[in-house]
Design a protein around this ligand. Sequence first.
Ligand code: PRP
Ligand code: URA
Length: 209
Amino acid sequence: MSNFQVVEHPLIQHKLSILRRKEVSTKEFRELVDEIGMLMAYEVSRDLPLEDIEIETPVAKATVKQLQGKKLAIVPILRAGIGMVDGILKLIPAARVGHIGMYRDEETLKPVEYLVKLPTDIADRQIFLVDPMLATGGSAILAIDSLKKRNANNIKFVCLVAAPEGVKALQEAHPDIDIYAAALDDHLNEHGYIVPGLGDAGDRLFGTK
Ligand code: PRP
Ligand code: URA
């Protein structure tokens, strides 16, 4: 079974608590998602593989470490995932960015895919698949199906708020994918919203409702 980890860093927890407040403006919401995205990336990148390289400092030759392999890829699930990208790029500026566009049908709650645009060599890259919300899990499952269809397998799913229902569904569908969240909330309501959650992340991020 995949690993599910709540990232307990105090700065993440503090900023997430502000993010949840209903009076937070679009501007503040955007800034907080950006900051939390960056802090999550710091934790999620802990086990990236390193290799030894030889360099010369102004004083002597030295064997030092650098990240191994190709630059990683950040793949946001549109729309709300976009809010996490810039924060992660602040830490990993050379990362490639792919996009998977998906929305939840409001009646069925099933995700509908409308865009997939990925680096051509996505199969060779470590991927951070990002979306602030893991609710029923449908969007994350379909996005990972889509990545795996393109032979990408080295994927970490990074979200801010997860519902137990979504974690279970994602672990069952993709037991090989590790999941990182800033919080595990209580449950989903009858409209598929996470409780207590933070509302509709896409709308709050882009000011569309
Ligand atoms: C939200 C969110 C996730 C999805 C999670 O997107 O950003 O992608 O719902 O729900 P699920 O786990 O039940 O699939 P939404 O469909 O609202 O689209 P948007 O980001 O374009 O607003
Ligand atoms: N998508 C959101 O944006 N919020 C939720 O609570 C559930 C799905």
